[in-house]
Design a protein around this ligand. Sequence first.
Ligand SMILES: C[S@@+](CC[C@H](N)C(=O)[O-])C[C@H]1O[C@@H](n2cnc3c(N)ncnc32)[C@H](O)[C@@H]1O
Length: 222
Amino acid sequence: MPALVRDYFDWLASMYDETTAACEWSAPEHIAAAALPLIDPGDAVLDLGCGTGQSAAPFLEHGCLCIGLDFAPAMLKEAMRKHPDLLIARADLDQPRGWPVPPGVFQLCISAGVYECLSDPIGFIARAKTALRPGGYLVFTFDEFVPGHPAQGVRVGRADSGIPNPVADLAAWNLHRHSIDRVAGWLGDHGFQLLYHRQIEADIHSHFGVPIYYRLVVSQAP
Ligand SMILES: C[S@@+](CC[C@H](N)C(=O)[O-])C[C@H]1O[C@@H](n2cnc3c(N)ncnc32)[C@H](O)[C@@H]1O
């Protein structure tokens, strides 16, 4: 399963920015609006599942030192090409070992459009906590479970609900949708304070013809 997710994003990499622009993918903008006021130029920011660097870009412009982690080599290549000042490293966010970043140095961890791809959403929170300085922030989005929604009415569903995907087999992996109560519980279990959360529309032109809803979470490490 993780290999299929990685293969899918490797396939999408060269078209990713164009495709997300067509869908009006806006999660990176919501992350920037929420997190830029929390940090200063020079702070270290870790982008978990950086893709082509859309989320990291505003933080680079703000003068932060940004490191992007991703497991898809083609995504990292695009990120490097588009943002030469973004430091990148390959890592699987589902794996507890082998994170190529030192613990306790980041003032902020960001992650847009990644949480729903993970098979270990609790481990992700634990690992973000390890990367953060005490009192640092974890700001991320997750694909929300929305009862009655044509795509999001199931907690586990095929990955091609947002981006039109002509290579059906590549999307034969599942997105994991969550509710805020569950995510809030996991954050609390790891000592995070949930500062606020709100629903956002991020894939506005999904091929279901309806917006896809995400939840933006702003939390602070102990
Ligand atoms: C929807 S894209 C989002 C990219 C970027 N954050 C943005 O908002 O444009 C999801 C990204 O997460 C990465 N990803 C998914 N699962 C991952 C995992 N287990 N470890 C590392 N990266 C992962 C994918 O390779 C892809 O680049």
